[in-house]
Design a protein around this ligand. Structure first.
Ligand SMILES: [Fe+2]
Length: 343
């Protein structure tokens, strides 16, 4: 599909592997689709990757799931938007417990053909694995949890430059300019290597629990501004797939309207990028319905205690409401068939 190849070397091509992968031919390439935005801006929107009605159906599934905890939440009663009536959802809208990574709506979105297809185009292969990541449940006007402060970051180790991971989310509800959601720093992915070269001896580093994360300090944000990188809040309709390069600085904001924001995080990578050991860990995570963060190679497993008022949450569960249902393609995305071939 790449039509023009005029640049063969670039700082952004380092650590990329395999022909057909985005950035493998440099940045002066035209595809005529969303990949052009990814190269130029570091983010893109694939409109209608999930048909609108089906996306709204997944949102309904999330509402049903929230009501199903029996804690008092009712979708039509805003007074029930309270931590006493909801499962544990942090101020960033992330839900990290209850085996939500393996709920019907989460796997439903991951197995959507056009969502998978977008990642196939980016990586130039159909042999992909998918992350067992979380969902986003953002309600407006919450006074019962701490405010959501911006935490601009990249989800990639500064010492491993180049395009390595494409992150994504499927937006499930109308998401206008003030409805909260993803904010990205346009074009900063291409300056990432230069940035980290200049900031490698930075004194005030923001603590991170993993090397695959870098937080921007005020000085870092000023650098981005001085290099004319603009922060953009992405707007989306139900069913739109939002994609961003892990090097693109980003964070999310809370809705300022009455509109909640629901999304399912979807991140895929070539199975060839995962080691056998990682696929074994991933298999175990699947069988135990655990969460893996956005890294599809199961680089990290999320297995934190879920607390309610400081005590283990009695509503916590280690498996979804129903056993996971997979299509043949969905099963491949777990990596298990590839692992069996390696045996
Ligand atoms: Fe992130």
């Amino acid at each position: 599909m790449a039509s023009t190849k005029t640049e063969t070397t670039s700082a952004t091509t380092r650590l990329t592997a395999g022909s057909g992968r985005l950035f493998s031919e440099g940045t002066d390439v035209t595809y005529g689709d969303f990949r052009d935005d990814l190269i130029k801006n570091g983010y893109a929107v694939v409109k209608g990757a999930v048909p609108r009605e089906r996306a709204l159906g997944y949102a309904d599934g999330i509402y049903e799931w929230l009501e199903g905890f029996g804690l008092g939440f009712k979708r039509d009663d805003p007074s029930t938007i309270h931590k006493d009536h909801l499962p544990d959802i942090n101020e960033k809208g992330m839900c990290l417990g209850y085996a939500v990574s393996h709920e019907s709506f989460t796997w439903g979105v991951r197995q959507e053909a056009k969502v998978i297809e977008a990642f196939e185009k980016v990586y130039g292969t159909q042999d992909l694995i998918v992350s067992f990541d979380s969902i986003g449940v953002g309600f407006p006007n919450r006074k019962d949890i701490q405010p959501n402060k911006p935490w601009p970051h990249q989800d990639q180790d500064p010492e491993k430059p180049g395009f390595r991971c494409l992150q994504g989310l499927v937006n499930l509800l109308p998401n206008g300019p003030k409805d909260g959601g993803l904010i990205v720093c346009k074009g900063a992915h291409q300056l990432s290597e230069q940035f980290h070269e200049e900031f490698k001896n930075e004194e005030e580093k923001i603590w991170s629990w993993t090397k695959e994360w870098y937080g921007f300090t005020e000085k870092g944000l000023k650098w981005l501004k001085d290099h004319e990188c603009e922060w953009v809040k992405i707007e989306a309709e139900p069913g739109d797939l939002l994609l961003w390069d892990s090097r693109t600085p980003h964070y999310n904001v809370t809705s300022e309207t009455s509109q909640p924001r629901f999304c399912v995080y979807t991140c895929f990578m070539p199975v060839a990028d995962a080691t056998k050991e990682q696929l074994q860990i991933k298999k175990q995570a699947f069988e135990q319905t655990k969460m893996t963060t956005h890294w599809p190679n199961a680089a990290m497993i999320v297995d934190l205690p879920v607390l309610r008022n400081g005590e283990p949450d009695p509503s916590q569960r280690s498996s979804p409401r129903e056993p996971v249902k997979l299509t043949e393609r969905g099963y491949k995305l777990t990596g298990i068939p590839y692992l069996e071939q390696m045996a």
